[in-house]
Design a protein around this ligand. Sequence first.
Ligand code: RAM
Length: 919
Amino acid sequence: MNVRFLTMLVIVTSLSLIAFRGKVVSTIQTGNLRTELLVNPIGIDASAPRFSWEVTGEQRGIVQQAYQILVASSAADLAAGKADLWNSGKVNSDRSIHVPYAGNPLQSRTEAYWKVKVWTNKGEGAYSSPAKFTVGLMNENDWQAKWTGLDKYFPWDTITKMSRLSARYFRKEFAAPKEVKKATAYISGLGIYELYINGNKIGDQVLAPGPTDYSKTVKYNTFDVTNHVKQGKNAIATTLGNGRFYTMRQQYKPHKWHNFGYPKMLLQLEVEYKDGSKQTVVSDDTWKVTADGPIRTNNEYDGEEYDATKEFPGWNKVGFNDSKWLKAELVEAPGGNVEAQMNENMKVMQILKPVSIKEPSKGVYILDLGQNIAGWIKMNVKGKRGQKVKLRFAESLKPDGQLYMDNLRDALVTDIYTLKGEGVETWAPRFVYHGFRYVEITGYPGKPKAEDFVGEVVYDDMKTIGSFETSDRTINQVYKNAYWGILDNYKGMPVDCPQRDERQPWLGDRFMGAYGESFIFDNSKMYAKWLDDIQESQTPEGSIPDVAPNFWFYYKDGVTWPGTYLKVAEMVYNQFGDVESVRKHYSPMKKWLNYMQDKYMKNYIVTKDSYGDWCVPPEAPHLIHAKDSSRITDPKLLSTATYYHMLQVMKKFANLLGKQEDIKEYDALMANIKSTFNKTYFDSEKKQYGNNTVTANILPLAFNMIPEGASDAVFKNIVDKIMVDNNGHISTGVIGTQWLMRWLTYNGRGDIAYKLASNRTYPSWGYMAGNGATTIWELWNGNTANPRMNSQNHVMLLGDLIVWYYENLGGIKAAEPAFKKVEMKPAMIDGLSYAKASYHSLHGMVKSDWKKNGKTFTWNITVPGNTTAEVYIPAASAEQVTENGKKATAVEGVKFLRMEGDRAVFEVGSGQYQFAGKQ
Ligand code: RAM
């Protein structure tokens, strides 16, 4: 068992006045401190926490020249400048993100306080306010707790094809003889847990811990519970739900499902007294347990049944009579390394009030949240003991106003609440989530009112870091739908959908999606964790699955789904500067490429593919997949081109890690693949690839595989296909759409990309929105296709749309990792009169807000401290450009670089600018 780290993030902001040459000339701020503890610095991985901060100030062009980090084991020491853990000294460097800790080895349970001071070209900052982090249990022998549970089911459980278990309740009382100085709880409750001390729920997380392949890794969470443990008698209690541990359907298709056994927990409460003595309370067979409580059944697909008449008041407090409860048992460990969870837990992130409640048939009420969400309903209800309220969930309604449930397959999605009959009862389930907009309510005593219900939206506790708006209402609506679809599908891992009997972390869906999403949410930790999930699911031979964690065993050895492993690593590097993930995963990635080469590459063509260009618009409205061969791209073409692109990504990684030998190897292989690929798929007369689908042509264009001189002609085929054959509509599926919008734009046809983005006729994202979608559909024809595979909340068809929104419309793109250098180059498209985007990068806030009025272009931008930006201003010459009313070429800190086509390109440092240009 390897045990790793935890961190508690404290974000602080400090403001300090800078004395410079005797007078105050500027305000430099060192705010937003971030500590990221990635791996164990003294145990197995010998690595370190990383520190990041933002440098901001009123002056333009602030560049950090040096920093000094102090880390102390108490706030008082830090305040006194006593850095007993680490004093970095003054380091001459402009680096302000991911600076690794290099002090005294951090021990388990260390509390650390840190602050940073920066020196800049515009003056010297004072020390920031402090931030804090704590170290978790890093060594196996830090754990005295035992895996505790009960390896059996109960008479009321259903052990069938659709197995469902009741929740298990555990409790223990203990005495804390002295005054408590500090108390910390470490817990992993599998599949999912709730923790209570003296009747209070600890933490605001739900459905925790994060899901993993528990035989490889188990995540634990840490809580400061100092305020909960009292001198005297105390009670500690947990509830365990099934989550992904005791999985749904494990009897149904055992070859497909990964089941881990009955719920179990590892819990350690460490109490430190004011006199310096210590006490540890752990999970073991001295605990009592029952499954005969209110949560009668729970699983993600089928719902939760809660019988309030079975509640045992006071069960999680001192003095409860548990003599009828069973003795908990020591059980086998799940097998995985126990690690601190570094990605965010899920939480109730938003609360929605219903927009209406209707009664389409007698006694059947339909509640409408107005938005397709993932989460649950919290309700107030008053009635007689034993009355049952049944809630069922769906994404849309049938014409008769009843729930449309055909597309949920065999998920029962039913919550049942049995009243105890004691006044107003408030209830929400704990161990389930549903994907829904509508709720059917039956059995509710009296007439339910909209005010009796709220929708609680559940997803990973990530910050929203981007905003985006344009003058086009369809684009704005689709952006909103995408935002909702993305957050709905964050469940400690990215799942494909939240509603039907699937909800799996499919790799292919996020190949480009993860990148687009990173503009809206700080998904860096979740995706870093997902890379670990993917790596853990790699077979010893090197195969990467289509679903990771591999709750479903799908190892089909295509390239386009497993390739997401590399693309996500590239994303966390480009967007968040996470080199560590690249370093950590480089070897397994290479192993996968070698495995695929050895097993499936014949004469430089990769002969295996699994899903093709999944979900192209089919020829008939009811079809899920096209049968018409002219719509289908040759699977080998997809695999081979994508494999080639994988080598491009690997080259970038190899460069970063200084692996020159590997680069030679990749270059040689790429040359061979490219020439065979062109010989096999390129028709040099017609200048088309394969059967001339947009996807067949756009991949070689995006990957730079087209023979010299032929790119324009290939591009023309793409344009003709869209504009002539498809009447200005999209014809790509999951794969082609990943490159479509940007490569149309790069090749001078942003107008076509804009047409696709603003279309409201079929097939388009706008068509979905126009037909009632409040998220993104799995299928372009989601309103007509067979319900067998037709989710209304899938993100995979977004392709590169969100990237295009931010980079090409907003004009915010990372020219260097983590936006150390920003490229600001909004495409000028007829019909679009303004775009406004903001992005809170690791270096700070980037903003772009442009308007076009006839030939005049005005642009307000914000560039974060310690970064630079290249700004591309539409203008016939540099002389046409003004900044804040003055000639830009004469403004200090605004440097003209070059003309590039119809753009004057300037370089600027941090600050706010107001540019105007004329064409
Ligand atoms: C279905 C879903 C999923 C996709 C796989 C291949 O299960 O559409 O999102 O990745 O197929």
